[in-house]
Write a protein that binds this ligand. Structure first.
Ligand code: SF4
Length: 482
């Protein structure tokens, strides 16, 4: 194992808790162009567990190995160097092997440490993750702040009669994974500490300009491919858990006083119900009352855009919304269980355009069952309605993850292959779509250099580049149709 210079890191050598965002195996990419300025670079979930645990007097080492540009070996060395009694590691697909390497090695060096895996994805696939990661003691179910505090305060045992961890060994295992009996308490989000901002400035240097704010967790909708939906409906008592407008504004005021003006909400859906819309009005009132001259964006569904509310939010800084349109064909929306029809997309986009709010589309252009005509419709929709893009927009492909309803449906149709790094491998049903997928990759990747060279505010060049790529994609579609 490489010996990383642990003594160079700030903080005490031995800690109660180490929280880790693992490396990805690639160095972080520095973004400069317009598309990425609203992206969040920090991992707010871990950052919130770090600050909440620290506020109770525990020593915490929070390590973002990605931003620290650490190798897997260096990450292990840093974790081991702090001798934590609890190690919490975020697991995201497709990084299962990396997390396995880390957990196996940490287990060998720290045989008495509790190794816990967290994140929404492991939360809905807890038993599977325990199989994949033999050195792990347990999987966090529900809000990580509560689970970790229970562990810290109980000196390694669970206390308060509550269980938020699915343990590898223990009587709670079956109970916690049976759907319908696994619901756990939710955290009172206003009472949690604001996230530790150790990596905020680093993230901004890498081009993630916005300060991420988490104002809610979960989503009450039921899109078939969506992990947060399964997580919030099957794991916690309240499918949409939220902070008050007062609490959100106070946190924004804090960052404003530190010179930040650009904010992005990390919520799955900022406006999922009537209460959320009322909260948004109150949030706008507070921003105005406190004269916070900010710009902000959030994610929502197409059917939550309304004139009065969005005009109010625009007046206090809403400049951009991310909307998961997913597809421009109702047949695909039905497969994805979006519970909305594409006919509303036009009025949503017209309204946003009239208000001067930029719409960033979430699209899934390719799925195992997509037809060439559906792909064409998707590209036409994208070309007609959006002036900027991110490279992955043209290459967006359904991610089929265990635990989601769409995985069950596709498996029943015989369309799923093996699971690789926590994600199902799948093939296209129509060979011509496979050929188009390859064409699209060639076209988009041949312009990667141009895309990355664009400057932060050069929206016009980005728009021109998008048009050129779309022209080539339409040519490919026409050629394959002959
Ligand atoms: S609306 Fe968004 S967050 Fe909610 S279930 Fe659908 S995809 Fe998931």
């Amino acid at each position: 194992m490489d010996c990383f210079p642990v003594s160079n890191l700030a903080g005490p050598k031995e800690v109660d808790l180490t929280l880790v965002k693992p490396p990805t195996g690639f160095p972080p990419v520095k973004f400069t162009n317009y598309s990425f300025q609203s992206m969040i670079g920090e991992t707010l979930g871990i950052a919130s567990i770090a600050s909440t645990s620290r506020s109770r007097g525990f020593t915490v080492h929070y390590l973002d190995a990605y931003f620290e540009e650490l190798s897997i070996e260096q990450t292990i060395s840093v974790i081991v160097g702090r001798s934590p009694r609890i190690v919490g590691i975020l697991l995201r697909y497709p990084y299962v092997s990396i997390v396995r390497q880390i957990t196996d090695s940490v287990r060998a060096h720290l045989p008495h440490a509790k190794i816990i895996i967290g994140g929404q994805y492991p939360s809905i696939n807890a038993k599977l993750v325990l199989e994949w990661l033999p050195s792990v003691d347990g999987i966090c179910i529900g809000d990580g702040e509560l689970a970790i505090l229970d562990l810290l305060e109980g000196a390694g045992r669970q206390i308060h009669g509550r269980s938020y961890i699915l343990w590898r060994y223990g009587p709670s295992a079956e109970k916690r994974t049976a759907k319908g009996t696994a619901l756990v308490h939710y955290a009172a989000l206003d009472d949690l500490e604001w996230p530790d901002r150790k990596y905020l400035r680093t993230a901004q240097e890498f081009g993630y300009k916005a300060v991420g704010i988490s104002s809610s967790r979960g989503c009450p909708y039921r899109c078939a491919f969506c992990v947060p939906h399964v997580y919030s409906q099957n794991s916690i008592e309240r499918p949409w858990n939220y902070r008050s407008a007062r609490s959100i504004t106070d946190e924004i005021q804090f960052h404003y006083d530190n010179g930040d003006r650009l904010f992005t909400f990390s919520d799955e859906h900022f406006l999922p119900n009537k209460f959320a819309r009322k909260r948004a009005v109150e949030f706008a009132r507070l921003l105005k009352a406190q004269r916070l001259d900010v710009k902000f964006m959030f994610d929502c569904r197409a059917d939550s855009v309304s004139e009065e509310l969005f005009a109010t939010l625009r007046d206090v800084g809403l400049y951009r919304v991310y909307i998961g349109f997913e597809a421009a064909e109702n047949s695909m929306l039905l497969d994805y269980r979006k519970d909305q029809k594409m006919e509303i997309y036009e009025s949503t986009l017209t309204l946003l355009s009239r208000l001067g709010i930029e719409a960033i589309p979430g699209m899934i252009i390719f799925s195992p069952t997509t037809t060439p005509s559906e792909i064409k419709k998707n590209i036409e929709f994208f070309a007609a309605n959006f002036s900027t893009y991110a490279e992955e927009d043209f290459l967006s492909r359904l991610q089929v993850l265990p635990g989601t309803p769409i995985a069950v449906g596709l498996k029943n149709q015989g369309l799923l292959g093996d699971m690789i790094e926590g994600e199902y491998f799948w093939k296209f049903k129509h060979p011509i779509v496979e050929a188009l997928w390859n064409d699209f990759n060639d076209i988009v990747k041949s312009r990667s250099g141009d895309f990355r060279a664009l400057r932060e505010n050069d929206k016009q060049s980005l728009s021109n580049l998008k048009k050129e790529i779309e022209r080539d994609l339409f040519n490919a579609l026409n050629k394959r149709a002959q």
